[in-house]
Design a protein around this ligand. Structure first.
Ligand code: F0G
Length: 471
């Protein structure tokens, strides 16, 4: 199979539970036989690899014309697109289209997403004792969160399906991203968000991008319930991460990361867990890359949740992965304030396949970690900072060793939630809460703004005081 033929990848849908392989998905993207989630798989790759493995076992020579993509040719092709002027080649998602289901170029809606930086975190490295510590900053996407990588792909599939309306339930980032891509693709978008429980930064994005934005008097899980009913009644295209196109687009963060690491996988990748689409996508990409021999070993993929929104942590630690008990979630990291994550079975599968770990972290641990990442000159939103807080715990438990290479996935930009940051630095984020005493330990990280009279002497005095304190 040539690369051109591979581009026409024959992806098929499959139910993750009963294995049914429908030709198309229902409006709610649930299996019509058993109600579980669907995923894409690529029969061409699997049969070829199986064929290769069987030949090896039976002592036969490898076939001369392999039908699965040639790893070296793919790597060279993706690299060569770096100099292309074509919009799809410039996108950090569409650049890797050989590993995605086929969507015609004329339907592609792109904001040149992906291509996000990988940063070394020197201070955090010292604080955790993990020298080889990097962050892949998905907050550097066009709408400032990782959602854009999945949204470009899924919004394009809506365009291909000639939908007039797209919709999502969201804690704020999915809605911002969806509204932007819908606007670019000339589609209308409907946003369902929990009233009062998302950051202003995110809400303002969906308003500017022209979405019909409904703040429902419920939480994220309540918004999801209503949206699922809605899509069964109205011709509205569902853009939550139960949509398998979202997962496919989000896979590219892991592919791009491996390319940035010269295809030498780190020992650990650490992601925040909310609705669990992102961990599922990154894990799927890792497994597929190994299957296609793009990488030779798997990093361990670990998932971190906020203690107040920890249904997946409890699923693994308390119920041995047998069931997920929905809960009423509560955390200041509003992006991951989710009590009934849709993709928990997919996430569990990749957690187990990669040998990763789950952890939970407190509100104060999240706020402290966020300021520590900020002090490295990077900055992220609270939900992203669970990764560093989780790493500290995984170091203490011995799961992550000092000499190992670790990559944190930072999912959203610092400016998504400035209220959280300002309250933390002013010292009132935890006032009157149970975290107040623990938060006192984070004092050295706090940099509250100082209001001064407009004279030079006052500024010099402040500078001198800061210099004395920094010694
Ligand atoms: N980090 C950020 C910044 C997020 O916005 C989200 C999810 C997550 C982490 C968790 O990712 O759900 O794939 O496990 N935000 C969704 C939203 C739910 O509506 O914006 P996940």
């Amino acid at each position: 199979m040539s690369i051109a033929q591979i581009t026409e990848t024959t992806a098929k849908l499959r139910c993750i539970a009963c294995g049914a392989t429908p030709n198309s998905a229902a409006q709610d993207f649930r299996c019509t036989a058993c109600g579980d989630l669907l995923e894409f798989f690529f029969p061409g790759w699997a049969s070829d690899l199986l064929d290769g493995a069987l030949r090896l076992r039976s002592g036969q020579a490898q076939p001369r014309h392999r039908t699965s993509p040639d790893p070296a040719a793919l790597k060279a092709l993706w690299l060569s697109r770096g100099t292309s002027r074509d919009a799809l080649d410039q996108s950090g998602v569409w650049r890797f289209r050989e590993l995605l289901p086929h969507i015609p170029a004329e339907d592609a809606i792109t904001l040149r997403e992906g291509n996000t930086p990988l940063y070394h975190l020197p201070r955090c490295a010292r604080a955790t004792g993990v020298e080889n510590l990097h962050a892949k900053h998905q907050g550097m996407n066009p709408t400032a969160s990782f959602k854009d990588t999945g949204m470009t792909f899924a919004a394009s599939s809506a365009h291909q399906g000639k939908f007039r309306w797209v919709a999502c339930a969201s804690t704020g980032n999915t809605s911002a991203s969806m509204a932007a891509y819908a606007a670019r693709g000339n589609m209308h978008s409907l946003v369902l968000i929990p009233d009062g429980k998302i950051s202003w930064g995110k809400l303002s994005q969906s308003l500017d991008y022209g979405a019909l934005t409904c703040q429902l008097r419920t939480d994220f899980d309540g918004c999801v319930r209503i949206l699922n009913e809605l899509v069964r009644q109205k011709p509205v295209y569902l853009l939550n991460s139960v949509n398998p196109y979202r997962i496919e687009g989000q896979k590219t963060a892991a592919i791009e990361l491996m390319e940035q690491l010269a295809w030498e996988p780190p020992d650990h990748i650490i992601v925040p867990g909310g609705n669990l689409g992102n961990s599922s996508a990154i894990g799927k990409a890792l497994l597929e890359m190994r299957e296609l021999r793009l990488i030779s070993r798997l990093p361990k993929l670990s998932i971190i949740q906020a203690q107040g929104a920890n249904p997946f942590y409890r699923c693994v630690r308390e119920f041995g992965g047998k069931k997920l008990e929905p809960m009423t979630a509560d955390t200041l990291a509003t992006a991951i304030r989710i009590g009934n994550p849709a993709s928990w079975k997919k996430a569990l599968r990749v957690l187990q396949a990669t040998g990763g770990e789950v952890e939970q972290v407190t509100e104060v641990e999240i706020a402290t970690a966020k300021a520590e990442i900020g002090a490295d000159g990077i900055g992220c939103e609270p939900a992203s900072a669970v990764t560093l807080a989780g790493l500290k715990k995984l170091r203490r438990s011995g799961f992550v060793k000092p000499g190992e290479a670790v990559v944190l996935i930072l999912t959203g930009h610092l400016l998504k939630d400035p209220d959280f940051t300002i309250q933390f630095h002013r010292g009132d984020l935890f006032s009157g809460t149970t975290g107040e005493t623990a938060a006192a330990e984070a004092k050295s990280l706090q940099r509250a703004p100082i209001v001064l009279d407009a004279n030079l002497g006052a500024v010099i005095a402040a500078l001198d005081a800061a210099e004395r304190n920094s010694k």
